[in-house]
Design a protein around this ligand. Structure first.
Ligand code: FAD
Length: 437
């Protein structure tokens, strides 16, 4: 029996497994094995709403075995450690796995652009754990800020800097603004609106690159109206405990600096032989095969398809890659011609917090409340499973009517920022990531 091994159960990997189930004949002698280090699928667009306590993280992740249903593929929760292409073997934490076809869909990791201190002194925003930990961090700092009598310290505790003015950075900071001003301020008697400072640092001349200029301008006006400082042409050049230095020499004192400045390919993909682009993505041919390895496909954030228009690292592209890799494996098995990747932009949706968004779909552009309704409808529709759709819709509804659930589940640790030492609470947080002071 031939084994088709799919590494990574994100947008690309899950789609590959689903499509393989569809295109391979029922009676075919193939084992489809999907491997991922977590047993759920993460719908990343809703992650900023975890930080603002708008939705419960359990409500938008989907156990992979539930997605599978009656489909043929098997799932194994395991961590991939290394690849041996000549032996067609993948080494995982739980042991080696041989393959006949391999689909690499391991996603991406944060790119720190060699900025000193960025890896060690900023908070990542890539995984669900990052979002959960960041939410607790935000609430924790609000608790400390509420009772400190030192206004300068309060201001430092409540200054949040997001490095990167792309979709992720903007969606995150607007969610945080919403939460801080509409939930935290009315409920924390020691915190006034003027104590909170929210800053977006963007190295280039514009935020939301790729968005239509009219919509980008609208977004900047919106952020400005919400009191969010948008600093363009302002790269973070050094990060350190308690702040960030901006190009030009200015130092912003902030206890929380979040890194949303860009991503690069997964390290295992960067280690593949052959050419890579500037983001470390493996350059694959138009069929998504690695040159010299026709049985190895790279899909999603880690793939740069040669001979195709450069596609952004977004979910729709990953889904298209996944489908294509599956169909091309079926073509190889049948001996029929392979299909090529064609990038077709599907549109763009950016949430700007409660009641505002910018959307461009099929040549039509919307901003404001109507765009926000479209944003909600599209993301609800794209969530996998009726139960999840219902849970998220209820979270949104209840979150608009009732106060958000701002409970911190961890017991407090001594705040070293307040007592003048180096801070340690992030290390005590339940995260496996190294990021954070
Ligand atoms: C906060 C955030 C918000 C985003 N918002 C949007 C949005 O609104 N719209 C949009 O289109 N795109 C958005 N994106 C981008 C989108 O999520 C990615 O483009 C997409 O997830 C790429 O799909 P993928 O399958 O390549 O990788 P992923 O979906 O990241 O999947 C990779 C999988 O590999 C697993 N994995 C990694 N390493 C290992 C290992 N060693 N062993 C086993 N498994 C491993 C991971 O756990 C993960 O499940 C967002 C991304 C983030 C981080």
């Amino acid at each position: 029996m031939k084994r088709i091994l799919i590494l990574g159960a994100g947008f690309a990997g899950v789609q590959t497994a689903i499509e393989l189930d569809r295109v391979l004949p029922r009676q075919s002698a193939h084992e489809i094995l999907l491997v991922n280090d977590q047993n759920f699928f993460l719908f990343t667009p809703l992650m900023p709403q975890v930080v603002s306590s708008y939705i419960n993280p359990r409500h938008f992740i989907q156990p992979i075995r539930d997605i599978r249903g009656r489909r043929r593929f098997r799932f194994r929760r395991d961590t991939v450690l290394s690849l041996d292409l000549s032996a067609r073997r993948v080494n995982c934490l739980e042991g080696p796995l041989d393959y006949d076809y391999l689909v690499l869909a391991l996603g991406s990791v944060a790119d720190y652009f060699h900025v000193p201190g960025a890896r060690d002194h900023t908070w990542d925003f890539k995984s669900l754990e990052d979002a959960v930990v960041l939410r607790e961090r935000l609430l924790d700092l609000c608790e400390h800020a509420d009772h400190t009598s030192d206004p300068e310290l309060r201001r430092r505790l409540l200054t949040f800097v997001v490095v990167g003015g792309g979709y992720t950075g903007v969606e995150l900071i607007t969610e945080m603004q919403d939460f801080l001003f509409h939930y935290v301020v009315p409920r924390h008697r020691g915190i006034a609106p003027g104590d909170i400072r929210l800053v977006v640092l963007e190295a280039t001349a514009e935020v939301l690159r790729g968005v239509h200029p009219n919509l980008a301008r609208y977004s900047c006006r919106r952020l400005d109206a919400e009191g969010i400082e948008v600093r363009t042409n302002s790269a973070a050049v050094r990060c350190f405990p308690g702040g960030v230095e901006v190009s030009g020499g200015e130092v912003i004192q902030a206890e929380t600096v979040i890194w949303a400045a860009g991503v690069r390919a997964h390290p295992l993909v960067e280690s593949l032989p052959g050419a890579h682009d500037r983001r470390g993505r493996a350059q694959v041919n138009e069929h998504l095969q690695l040159e010299g390895h026709p049985h190895l496909f790279v899909a999603g954030d880690s793939a740069a398809a040669l001979h195709a228009v450069e596609a952004p690292q977004v979910a729709p592209v990953a889904i298209d890659h996944g489908s294509l890799a599956a169909r091309n494996i079926a073509h190889l098995e049948r001996g029929t011609p392979l299909e090529s990747f064609r990038y077709a932009p599907t549109g763009m949706l950016v949430s700007l917090g409660m009641n505002y968004a910018v959307v461009s779909i099929g040549g039509l552009r919307f901003s404001g409340y109507f765009a926000w309704l479209i944003w909600n409808a599209v993301h609800l529709f794209k969530l996998v499973g009726f139960k999840k759709q219902l849970q998220v819709a209820l979270d949104w509804m209840l979150g608009s009517i009732f106060p958000r659930d701002a409970s911190i589940l961890r017991r407090p640790v001594r705040c070293k920022i307040c007592s003048g030492g180096e801070e340690e609470s992030a290390r005590a947080a339940p995260t496996t990531r190294s990021a954070g002071p």
